[in-house]
Design a protein around this ligand. Sequence first.
Ligand SMILES: *[C@@H]1O[C@H](CO)[C@@H](O)[C@H](O)[C@H]1NC(C)=O
Ligand SMILES: *[C@@H]1O[C@H](CO)[C@@H](O)[C@H](O)[C@H]1NC(C)=O
Ligand SMILES: *[C@@H]1O[C@H](CO)[C@@H](O)[C@H](O)[C@H]1NC(C)=O
Length: 337
Amino acid sequence: MPCRALCLFLLLLLLLLLGPAWATAAASSIHLPAPQSVMVYSYNFRSSLRWSPVKVDRGPVLYTVHFKTGAFNQWDEMNCTHITQTECNFPQFLNERRWTIILRVRAELGQMVSDWVESDPFVAERNTTIGPPKVNSVIVSSDSLLVSVIPPFGSELGDFLQYRVSYWENSTSTTEKETKMSNTLFKIMNLKELTLYCFKVQVEFMIEQDVQIRGLQSVPECYRTTVSEATRAGYIILIFLLTLFLVILVIVGLFLMWRYHNTIKYWSQPPFKIPSHFEEYLKDPSMPVLEALENCTEEDPCDSLSVVCNGEKSQECDSTAEGKARSHSSSSESELT
Ligand SMILES: *[C@@H]1O[C@H](CO)[C@@H](O)[C@H](O)[C@H]1NC(C)=O
Ligand SMILES: *[C@@H]1O[C@H](CO)[C@@H](O)[C@H](O)[C@H]1NC(C)=O
Ligand SMILES: *[C@@H]1O[C@H](CO)[C@@H](O)[C@H](O)[C@H]1NC(C)=O
């Protein structure tokens, strides 16, 4: 009896000691953390499932992804089984734009697995992000821009794409105008000449009659419209008339110069002024220099003398000129006042 009691006690003790160790072993297989932030990323209908990595101390964690569609409610593998990366691209057969696709992912480490984590239902047609169209070329004229764009994704039969174009004068960026185009080659019309216009394009993808998703807007591009033929002709005529006017002006000027050349010659001569000390000299009747002039002879003729008279003193001047200058004075100039 005492042995049986003792044995039972020992067994209980053993259980108490070992119990926590078993419990931790069982818990670790259940509690391998599940992947977090499980999201479908989709750009221009290329989609992938991504999640944040699971970090544990013991070895590298692997992941497995399953999918199911709205039509067949059954989980299936999708070529992302026991992978190390934290992303799984959709295989070709899942790139159906209208299917509802649900994915799930779990972490695995040896025999241990985490819980499955499901994504939100994904329908490419509604959930994908459509990028901006690429502006291929722009041909500028005086009143329009001819724009050619490349759609952001290869279209399928039955796709209905529209291009929503906003444009504005760069100087007044507040008044934006919008037009919708259904072709990849379109014209923005009714623009002013010689004006800087900017535009951006976004795709509008029609899903149903009234349902559409809008893509991202392209980076604005700016172009200056050219000068119109009418304005160019106007400028040419203006320049021609100005030139004609100048030529006529020159001709009239030349004619007037010819017609009145005497008057012009008269007015254009600078008035002659004798230096003041010479004037003083001339006023003095007993000037030795003038006396010296008396000694001129026929063999040694004096230089010709110009007599200049100042208006008021013309009388005095005259007598001086007669008295002192010899008949050699060949010309006389008088200044009129
Ligand atoms: C599965 O993935 C491997 C490696 O990533 C690749 O070589 C293979 O072609 C894929 N198979 C299918 C059916 O997508
Ligand atoms: C897809 O769009 C629907 C509606 O906007 C949203 O409820 C759902 O979460 C989206 N799915 C994904 C995977 O983002
Ligand atoms: C458009 O106008 C803004 C200011 O109004 C100016 O800073 C910018 O450089 C202009 N863009 C171009 C392409 O000239």
